[in-house]
Write a protein that binds this ligand. Structure first.
Ligand code: GDP
Ligand code: MG
Length: 297
């Protein structure tokens, strides 16, 4: 891999409705469902991943960076702080069409000042304003905080989005391609769930199974009660491997499932329902349901 490959986490912050999700969609280049109903947690959620030839941009949202109406909420400040700490670059988004520089921003300013991370300002929705207002607006914002750069953008039309991407690469540290190239959004959770299961299999079975086994997460959806339902297939090459993974009376598979579920729950911070299937790759066809074995855990 190119040694100058850049990668890192980009926190995107700003009040509701400024266009953060729209911006991420514009970067990713396709419609992805970004908003998933989940309670605010301190964990930062990856909302989009863009893999370029020179680097990988991983966008995380920062729950609760916006002030709740009038009351200053200590806990939310803490969350903002932690997400700033964990990211490499911070994008602050405001709206060109609502140039009132409000308390919202002042509150953020104090937090930003403490991070010492590069902070870029995106003035979004420039399609809604006349050109003449832009320059004074940029001046006004640059007078209020030392932003590394200020970009007028329109997430809706895509104007300026490319420039932001390129600039982000400059600010990110050198680093690996954390995620596969074709991964865009909340798939990381899905991907990591698969990795966790794979890890547990190797942990429990050590040299008994070859590295060629793979785990595919076939379903990953919100359950009714706020949990996540995950169904994954463990792909093996031989019947004998299938036997080893399932174990006597399904005990091994049960253990793999139990440990995986616990770890995925820890990672997602939510209840997980996990269903594992073991499938022999070679023999598998769509109609071959009979040779599949499942165990609900
Ligand atoms: P978020 O709450 O910050 O994630 O904001 P959203 O991305 O959900 O956008 C809020 C609203 O603003 C949506 O109706 C978007 O279509 C709209 N919007 C976002 N970006 C732009 C833009 O560049 N121009 C215009 N005119 N509307 C935008
Ligand atoms: Mg949003």
């Amino acid at each position: 891999m190119d040694s100058s490959f850049k990668s890192g986490f980009i926190a995107i912050v700003g009040p509701p409705n400024v266009g953060k999700s729209t911006f991420i969609n514009a970067v990713i280049g396709e419609k992805v469902s970004i908003v998933s109903p989940r309670p605010q947690t301190t964990r930062n959620r990856i909302v989009g991943i863009k893999t370029l030839s020179q680097g990988q941009l991983i966008f995380v949202d920062t729950p609760g960076t916006h002030r709740t109406r009038k009351r200053f909420n200590r806990q939310l400040v803490e969350i903002a702080r932690s997400s700033f700490r964990e990211s490499d670059v911070i994008l602050v988004m405001v709206e060109a069409s609502k140039p009132h520089i409000d308390q919202e921003f002042d509150y953020l300013k104090e937090e930003l000042a403490q991070t010492k991370k590069p902070v870029l300002l995106l003035i979004n929705k420039v399609d809604l304003v006349k050109k003449e207002v832009l320059l004074p607006l940029i001046d006004a914002y640059s007078g209020r905080y030392h932003f590394q750069e200020i970009f007028p953008v329109s997430s809706l039309s895509g104007f300026g989005v490319n420039g932001v991407e390129q600039s982000l690469l400059d600010y990110l540290p050198e680093g690996p391609r954390y995620f596969p190239e074709n991964m865009y959004t909340d798939l990381p959770e899905r991907f990591l769930a698969g990795e966790i299961i794979r890890e547990r299999i190797f942990f429990l079975l050590q040299k008994e199974v070859p590295y060629s086994i793979s785990v595919e997460v076939n379903q990953f959806r919100e359950g009714d009660s706020g949990g996540v339902f995950i169904r994954a297939s463990i792909w093996v090459e031989k019947n004998s491997q299938k036997g080893i993974i399932i174990g006597k009376q399904g005990r091994m598979l049960k253990e793999i499932g139990k440990r995986s579920r616990k770890e995925i729950e820890r990672f997602l911070n939510r209840k997980v329902y996990l269903e594992l299937w073991v499938t022999v790759k070679r023999n598998w066809t769509l109609n071959d349901a009979a040779i599949r074995q499942s165990l609900a855990l």
